[in-house]
Design a protein. Structure first.
Length: 379
């Protein structure tokens, strides 16, 4: 866990660390990660920002941990349309302690531990957000786990259950199975009886995947995953989670059984290096899957698209999903898997860990370096 005092490199803070006794007072400077322009890892820099009091309906949160997501990597390259133009603070999820309340906020108190979901702006030591975008942390959850829950588990839950209608005895193909959404999806599949999971990942991650419940790990780097699936299940699978885009979406559709469902939720194939790759973009769009309603009619299959970034108006829907996830966490049925924890100063290394697909589980950013332990993984 990160330590109590403010980091040494921060400006003097009259409101120190995680739980100040009161909100308000003179706004202090705090550290934030800022995307200064589109490009490589060096485009995200630690900068000082001056805070402000929360506006009516908002809470101010002392941030203890932030989640790194694939969308953040795409945003750095200028490939994510939900991020305002730079200079801008990225970050779609964080966890921390409420430090001040804006007028009219009745359902949060100073000192509450909360998870926060936003379109952007959360990679900071202090954030002001609408109270409706905060969710109480369940008992016993660490700040790192809380920063790993919202984006990945909401995405996986809604894909599998709201779109996928996952039921007992079905089969699911999960791409990037060792990543944040992949890990969440595996755990959620295990809450349904007798679901067979196929998962693609590099060979070094297969033991970890088997331990977590993947029946058939497939090395996408050395094998044709579609052929491997067909060897085991000639008819294909019931659900495919597609974060890849391009030609992989077509492969996914062809792998579906009758009444099967393909849910596409990303275009990871666009990311081939530190900077935007025009060839990869052209190839991905050229190979992008396309089908008419009439063709769908003959196939007896469903194609769904999911993008959490466009769900920010759906407050009640998201709140109901988070309530279900918190309930599953409290029952011990899901538990965010933390790959690694990086201080803000090492954001480039954190992004590299994820972009080079070295992570098993969630990559977390914290405002300051973890104290005595490196927190490589606590589960």
């Amino acid at each position: 866990m990160s330590a109590e005092p403010a980091p040494a490199s921060a400006a003097p803070e009259p409101v120190p660390g995680p739980e100040p006794p009161t909100g308000g007072g003179e706004a202090a400077e705090h550290r934030a990660l800022v995307l200064t322009g589109f490009g490589g890892y060096d485009k995200v820099k630690v900068q000082a920002r001056r805070g402000a009091d929360p506006r009516p309906g908002e809470v101010s949160v002392s941030v203890r941990a932030c989640g790194l997501n694939f969308a953040d990597l795409m945003a750095r390259q200028g490939l994510y349309d939900r991020l305002p133009p730079p200079p801008v603070c990225p970050g779609m999820e964080c966890a921390g302690t409420v430090r001040a309340l804006g007028d009219g906020v009745r359902d949060r108190q100073v000192g509450d531990k909360v998870m926060v979901l936003a379109r952007s702006g959360l990679w900071q030591e202090v954030v002001n957000v609408p109270a409706s975008q905060t969710f109480p942390m369940p008992e016993g959850m660490s700040f790192e786990e809380a920063a790993a829950l919202l984006v990945n588990y909401i995405t996986a839950y809604m894909i599998l259950f709201d779109f996928g209608n996952l039921r007992p005895n079905q089969s699911v193909l999960i791409h990037m199975a060792a990543g944040g959404v992949g890990t969440a999806a595996i755990q959620l599949c295990k809450t349904v009886e007798n679901v067979t999971i196929f998962g693609t990942a590099s060979a070094s991650k297969h033991d970890s995947l088997k331990e977590s419940g993947v029946a058939h790990p497939i090395d996408y780097r050395t094998m044709d995953y579609a052929e491997e699936v067909r060897k085991i299940s000639p008819k294909g699978v019931d659900i495919v989670l597609d974060p890849l885009g391009g030609s992989d979406t077509s492969k996914a559709f062809n792998l579906l059984k009758p009444m099967g469902k393909l849910i596409t939720y990303g275009v990871a194939n666009l990311l081939t290096g530190q900077k935007k790759n025009l060839m990869a973009m052209a190839k991905t769009w050229w190979n992008q899957f396309s089908i008419t309603a009439l063709q769908l009619l003959h196939q007896n299959k469903a194609v769904c698209g999911y993008h959490l970034g466009y769900m920010d108006e759906e407050v009640e829907l998201l709140r109901s999903v988070v309530a279900k996830l918190v309930n599953l966490y409290s029952q011990g049925k899901i538990k965010p898997k933390i790959d690694s924890v990086w201080p803000f100063d090492q954001v480039a290394e954190a992004m590299k860990q994820m972009q080079e697909k070295k992570n098993v589980g969630k990559v977390i950013l914290v405002p300051e370096a973890p104290k005595e332990e490196s927190k490589k993984a606590e589960n």
